[in-house]
Write a protein that binds this ligand. Structure first.
Ligand code: ZN
Length: 490
C-alpha cells in the first residue's frame, strides 16, 4: 500500500511538473502587438490610379506557354502605357529593356556604399481558360471599374504590384524625394512560365554588376483574412522562402501477352502499387521550417489550447503534425508534398501492357533536397520493375530562407502595419513558384509580400474567373510602397 502511494505521489509530482513546464512555455510566448493605430489615409487621386491600373489590365500580356510565347507587341503596348502614366519615373530613373519584354529601372541613390533595394513584380498574366469566359461578371480584359473594384486578369496577379510600385515611386518623385539607397525595380515578363527569359536574365545582369541587394521584395504572400483557423485579426504573412519543385516519371515494365493468363501484377498493377506507396509514405513533416515559424509567430493570437500545443511542440509535436497534415493548405506548409498527376498505360482491354507510366510532382520544403526526394522515392517504391526518371527538367531546390531577424523583414512588416495596423506580422512559406527563385542569388534576403487583402473567396479568384481588386485595397498597396521606400531608401 505504501509503495503504491509512493508511486502515485511521484506520478502526481511528475504530472504537476509537466503542467508547470507546459504553462511556463505557453506564458513565455511573445505578446501580440496591439491591434491599434491609425492607418495611412488613402493616397491622393486614388481613383486616377485605379483607372491607370484598369488600363494596364486591358493590355492582355498573356503567357500562353513555351510553344506560344507572349506577344512582344503587347509588352511594347504596356511599356508605352507605363511611359505615359509615369512621366517622372521615366525622366528620373534609368530604364533598361531586357529580353523581349522585361524591364529594369534604376533609381540611383546618393550613397553608393549602401546595398540597393530590389522591388520586383511581373508583367505577364495567365490565359483565361477557354470556355470559362462566361463565368466572369466583367470580361477578363475589360478592366471594368464597378462596385468599388477593378476587374480583370492581372488585378491580383500581378499588375497591381507592378502599377503600385510605379505609383509609389512617381509620387515620391513628385514630392522631390531623392533616395540615399539605390532602388531597383525589376519587372519580368514570363513569370507564369517560370521566368526563364525574364527574371533569370535580369538576375544574370545584376549578378554581372555584382549587385547584392539589402533585400528583395516579390509577390507570393499577402494579408490573409479569415484564412488562418482560429485567428480573427488579419495576418500579414511575409514569405521568407519558396518551395522547390521536382517532377518524376515512373515507368513500370512487364511482359506483354493475353489478359486471359495474367501474371500476379501487370505493368498497370505495378505502377498502381508504386503510386499508392508514394501517397501512403509521404516525406516526413517538420514543423521546424518557415511554415512552423509562422505558426509559432501566430500562436499568441490563438486560443489557449492551440497556444499550449504550439508552445510545447517538444511534447505535442506528433499531435501538431497530425493536425496540420490533415488539411492540404497546412500540410503543404510542413512537408515536401507528393502529387501524382498523370497516368498512362495500356491500349486494349484484353492486352497485357508492357509499360505503364505515372508522373508525380513534388514541392520541396526548405530543409529537403532534390536528391533526398529521389532517394525517398526509390526507397519507398523499392521495385526493380519500376524505373524513375526526371520529367521535363531536373527540378529546382527550395530557396534559401530569408532572415526573419534581418532589416528587410522589419521594414516590410512596419510598412504592412502602416496600412493595416491591426495586422499580425508573421513569416510564412510560399508553396508555389515566383520570380524570387531567380533573385535569391542577387539579394541578401528575398521576401515575398504584398498587402493585398485575401479572404478565402478571393484566393479562389487567382488564376481563375472574376479576378478583381478592391480600389480601397489598391490604395493600401500604393501606401505600402510609399512607406517602405521612404523607410528603406530615403
Ligand atoms: Zn504572379
Amino acid at each position: 500500500m505504501r509503495g503504491l502511494l509512493k508511486i502515485a505521489g511521484v506520478l502526481l509530482a511528475a504530472v504537476g511538473l509537466l503542467l508547470l513546464v507546459i504553462a511556463w512555455n505557453t506564458l513565455r510566448l511573445p505578446a501580440m502587438p496591439p491591434a491599434t493605430g491609425t492607418p495611412m489615409p488613402p493616397p491622393a487621386e486614388l481613383d486616377r490610379a485605379a483607372q491607370r491600373l484598369a488600363e494596364a489590365i486591358r493590355i492582355p500580356t498573356v503567357s500562353h506557354g513555351f510553344a506560344r510565347p507572349a506577344g512582344g507587341d503587347r509588352f511594347a503596348d504596356l511599356h508605352a502605357l507605363l511611359e505615359r502614366d509615369f512621366p517622372r519615373v521615366h525622366a528620373g530613373l534609368k530604364r533598361e529593356k531586357i529580353g523581349s519584354g522585361s524591364l529594369l529601372y534604376t533609381w540611383e541613390g546618393s550613397d553608393p556604399a549602401l546595398p540597393p533595394l530590389l522591388l520586383t513584380a511581373h508583367q505577364d498574366v495567365v490565359p483565361v481558360e477557354p470556355g470559362t469566359e462566361s463565368g466572369w461578371t466583367h470580361p477578363p480584359f475589360s478592366g471594368d471599374i464597378a462596385d468599388g473594384y477593378v476587374w480583370g486578369r492581372g488585378t491580383l496577379d500581378n499588375k497591381q504590384m507592378l502599377m503600385a510600385t510605379l505609383e509609389g515611386v512617381e509620387r515620391l518623385l513628385a514630392a522631390g524625394a531623392k533616395p540615399k539607397r539605390t532602388v531597383l525595380l525589376a519587372f519580368g515578363h514570363d513569370e507564369e512560365l517560370g521566368g526563364p527569359l525574364g527574371a533569370r536574365a535580369i538576375a544574370d545582369l545584376l549578378a554581372q554588376r555584382n549587385v547584392r541587394a539589402l533585400f528583395s521584395l516579390d509577390e507570393g504572400s499577402a494579408i490573409l483574412e479569415g484564412v488562418v483557423p482560429g485567428i480573427d485579426r488579419p495576418v500579414a504573412q511575409i514569405g521568407v522562402a519558396e518551395k522547390g519543385f521536382l517532377t518524376l516519371q515512373l515507368t513500370a515494365r512487364a511482359k506483354g501477352g493475353h489478359s486471359s493468363m495474367p501474371p500476379p501484377h501487370t505493368a498497370v498493377g505495378k505502377l498502381g502499387r508504386a503510386v499508392a506507396r508514394l501517397e501512403e509514405r509521404q516525406m516526413p513533416a517538420a514543423p521546424a521550417g518557415p511554415g512552423g515559424d509562422g505558426l509559432r509567430a501566430l500562436a499568441p493570437a490563438m486560443g489557449r489550447a492551440a497556444r499550449a500545443v504550439i508552445a510545447n511542440d517538444w511534447l505535442f509535436g506528433p499531435l501538431l503534425i497530425r493536425q496540420l497534415g490533415a488539411a492540404p493548405t497546412t500540410n503543404a506548409m510542413i512537408r515536401t508534398t507528393t502529387a501524382p498527376t498523370i497516368v498512362q498505360g495500356g491500349v486494349k482491354e484484353n492486352v497485357l501492357p508492357t509499360e505503364a507510366t505515372a508522373v508525380v510532382n513534388f514541392r520541396i520544403a526548405p530543409g529537403d533536397t532534390v536528391a533526398q526526394v529521389k532517394a525517398h522515392v526509390a526507397a519507398v517504391i523499392d521495385d526493380p520493375d519500376v524505373s524513375i526518371a526526371d520529367y521535363r527538367g531536373e527540378g529546382n531546390e527550395a530557396t534559401p530562407v530569408a532572415d526573419r531577424a534581418g532589416p528587410g523583414f522589419a521594414l516590410i512588416g512596419d510598412a504592412a502595419r502602416a496600412v493595416a495596423p491591426d495586422a499580425i506580422v508573421s513569416p510564412g512559406l510560399v508553396v508555389t513558384g515566383t520570380d524570387s527563385k531567380h533573385y535569391s542569388r542577387v539579394s541578401a534576403a528575398a521576401y515575398r509580400f504584398l498587402p493585398m487583402r485575401l479572404r478565402p473567396e478571393d484566393i479562389r479568384r487567382i488564376h481563375a474567373s472574376d479576378e478583381r481588386i478592391a480600389i480601397a485595397n489598391y490604395g493600401e498597396i500604393i501606401n505600402f510602397y510609399l512607406a517602405l521606400i521612404r523607410a528603406a531608401a530615403l
